[in-house]
Ligand binder design. Structure first.
Ligand code: SAM
Length: 237
């Protein structure tokens, strides 16, 4: 249904360049269907939506930006830093990263699924965005010789495709080491964490690593995004 809606509003109403881009996306989604043996987000169409490209995902990037108060977070970061280096973990097609790109210096977008990476790279090329670099790699194997001012880790430590299942505390420790001193981490839980006591035990045990600056709970507020916790953490020295 979302696929048809997007086709009608882009191709039927003759936005030829954008329609050509959607056709490329479709080819990658078909290749994913054929060759990717793991779970497909979201049943083979888009998990991340982005109005800028008229893609109807189940999770709308613009809405998430405003719910996470990303602009305010960036304003605070800019007070202390001239450059903002960002890491997006499990970036999916990277529409969140591409939406963030104009406000920051550089983004490393790490995503294990090669078809989602291809879509993201096509989107970046189409929009002329050159400060997002996609890394087609498993985050647990990702090594960087730099640290980041901002890390985005949304719905991505125990994914339904079982491609990342890392013990939660270990995951936070990894993110801690990738952050610069005073750097900021945006972390979003999974649906299944809402009634998971272990999840909250770990969150409560993070005082040695982070200062919890903000905590929010979203109840079905993002289209089919489900109930999720969202946190803003600042790295402790
Ligand atoms: C639930 S989606 C969340 C996507 C994105 N962070 C967001 O919130 O819009 C999880 C993403 O993590 C990716 N992923 C799963 N295992 C991964 C791994 N080991 N390394 C990097 N990415 C991974 C999946 O391919 C998928 O795009």
């Amino acid at each position: 249904m979302r696929r048809l809606k997007d086709w009608v509003r882009v191709c039927l109403f003759r936005d030829a360049p954008l329609c050509a881009l959607h056709q490329k996306f479709r080819q990658y989604l078909q290749l994913q269907k054929k060759n990717w043996p793991f779970m497909k987000y979201d049943v083979g169409y888009f998990y991340q939506g982005w109005e800028r490209l008229k893609i109807s995902g189940i999770r709308r990037t613009e809405e998430r930006f405003s719910q996470y108060e990303v602009e305010e977070i960036l304003r605070e970061l800019r007070k202390q830093r001239a450059q903002i280096e960002v890491l997006d973990v499990g970036a999916n097609v990277g529409f969140f990263a591409l939406n963030l790109a104009p406000y920051v210096t550089h983004i490393d977008a790490v995503e294990v699924n090669p078809y989602l990476v291809k879509i993201g790279e096509e989107a970046a090329r189409y929009l002329g965005i050159s400060n997002v670099k996609y890394h087609k790699t498993d985050f647990t194997q990702f090594h960087s010789d730099k640290q980041y001012d901002l890390i985005i880790a949304l719905a991505c430590y125990s994914t339904d495709d079982s491609k990342i299942n890392i013990e939660l505390r270990e995951y936070f420790e990894r993110l801690y080491h990738l952050l610069k001193s005073g750097g900021v981490l945006l972390f979003e839980s999974h649906n299944k964490d809402v009634n998971n006591p272990h999840f909250f035990q770990v969150i409560d045990s993070l005082n040695d690593l982070f200062i919890k600056r903000k905590e929010k709970f979203f109840k079905n507020s993002i289209l089919r995004g489900g109930k999720r916790y969202f946190y803003v953490f600042e790295k402790k020295d």
